[in-house]
Design a protein around this ligand. Structure first.
Ligand SMILES: Cc1ncc(COP(=O)(O)O)c(C=O)c1O
Length: 399
């Protein structure tokens, strides 16, 4: 029998990737499944990224790069932070990793150990608590409710902080709820954090460019520049540039932290793929007009999905202001009976029932909030419409 480490036994595999794999398996077996489980845009890679990648291959860009990323890409990321966010980072304050996922794990591994706590507001991206636990720390989950728009009160944040708190993780726009923090809300969190100098902030801005509100994008290091020396600002190519498979994430932060993260990365993967780095450089320095166009496409899909879901009895649906997810609360479905006689006891049962009806969604539990489920609307409108028809019919059939 394989001996498993305590660290690996502490964590769960990614539920979102698990549901996507299950949907793909069922499809392969001939079932007609529409997958609304995965968080990846269905758009093509920007031409500037594709052209830069092809050029890099043709020029024989085959070699290891510096662990933290090529100087050209780190400089372009520093420019991006300045241009889009008003943040000043030198290229040495930037790290490029194999996806935002590795950036965040590097940060946890570099700073969190036994007895350390990380505050993770829920609903959260499935990987945060697991990464904290893999690093040996404890995730302190701070619940929020649909009634307060999935925003934690500054008082609740203050109450969750202990001398052992190392990080607060902020994610706006949020996966899975689509909630977006305003500058004023971030300023209120900053006010709390000023009283606790041991707490650093990881600002996960992966969905920065997918927003529907009139207000500009706010990130805490810009709202509270006095906290920049304990803030890690995370972003990447996956969601903005529809480059999930290229695996490029990056962050700006205090140099000593970036160096420690680079040290961890140097013993794991070393540099992110050289060709993908060249592609990301192409995207960051190329035309970005498509970002606003894509947000408009997502907005129309969001409006359609929210309208359809709101018409279904048993669901309660907040309107997401960003990202490409809707997170219906489904307390009204619990205890109901399916046509085959199964009683839906949990949100996992609800997701299982919807999968039988031909739609893959991810239940709320792995996001730290139940009963609910997450729908990704990053798929074409025709499939989304059929998926909504199926969900509506399946839920109407419950006794
Ligand atoms: C909130 C959030 N952060 C980070 C990531 C990591 O993205 P990637 O590793 O593809 O860059 C994701 C991906 O789903 C996400 O939803």
């Amino acid at each position: 029998m394989v001996h498993l480490s305590a660290a690996i036994q502490r964590i769960a595999p990614s539920a979102t990737l698990g549901v996507s794999a299950k949907a793909a398996e069922l499809r392969k077996a001939g079932r007609d499944i529409i997958s609304l489980s995965v968080g990846e845009p269905d758009f093509p890679v920007p031409p500037a990224a594709r052209d830069a990648a092809i050029r890099a291959i043709e020029e024989g860009n085959n070699h290891y790069t510096a662990v933290e990323g090529t100087p050209a890409l780190r400089a372009a990321i520093a420019d991006k932070f300045k241009r889009d966010n008003g943040l000043t980072y030198a290229p040495e304050d930037i790290i490029v990793s194999t996806g935002g996922k590795q950036v965040i794990f590097n940060a946890m591994l570099a700073t969190v150990g036994e007895d350390d706590e990380v505050i993770v507001p829920a609903p959260y991206w499935v990987s945060y608590p697991e990464m904290v636990q893999l690093a040996g720390g404890t995730a302190v989950v701070l619940p929020t409710t649909v009634a307060d728009g999935y925003r934690m009160a500054p008082d609740a944040l203050a109450a969750a902080i202990t001398p052992a708190t190392r990080w607060l993780i902020l994610n706006s726009p949020s996966n899975p709820t689509g909630a977006v923090f305003t500058a004023a809300e971030l300023a209120a969190f900053a006010e709390v954090l000023r009283r606790h100098p041991q707490v650093w902030v990881l600002s996960d801005d992966m969905y920065e460019h997918i927003r529907y509100g009139a207000e500009g994008f706010a990130t805490i290091a810009a709202v509270a520049p006095d906290l920049a020396d304990r803030t890690l600002t995370v972003n990447g190519a996956s969601k903005a540039f529809a480059m999930t498979g290229w695996r490029i994430g990056y962050a700006g932060g205090p140099r000593a932290l970036i160096k420690a993260m680079g040290k961890a990365q140097s013993q794991m993967t070393a540099n992110a793929c050289a060709i993908a780095q060249a592609a990301c450089l192409g995207a960051l320095t190329g035309d970005m007009g498509f970002l606003a166009e894509r947000s408009e496409v997502f907005r129309k899909r969001r409006d359609m999905v929210v309208e359809r879901l709101r018409a279904i009895a048993g669901l309660s649906v907040a309107v997401p202001d960003g990202a490409f997810y809707v997170f219906p609360e489904c307390a009204g479905l619990i205890g109901r009976r399916t046509p085959s006689g199964t009683v839906l006891a949990t949100d996992e049962d609800v997701a299982g029932y919807l999968l039988e009806a031909g739609v893959a969604v991810v239940h709320g539990a792995p996001f730290g909030h139940s009963p609910a489920f997450r729908i990704s609307y990053a798929t074409n409108t025709a499939s989304l419409t059929t998926a909504m028809d199926r969900i509506e019919a399946a839920l109407a059939a419950l006794a």
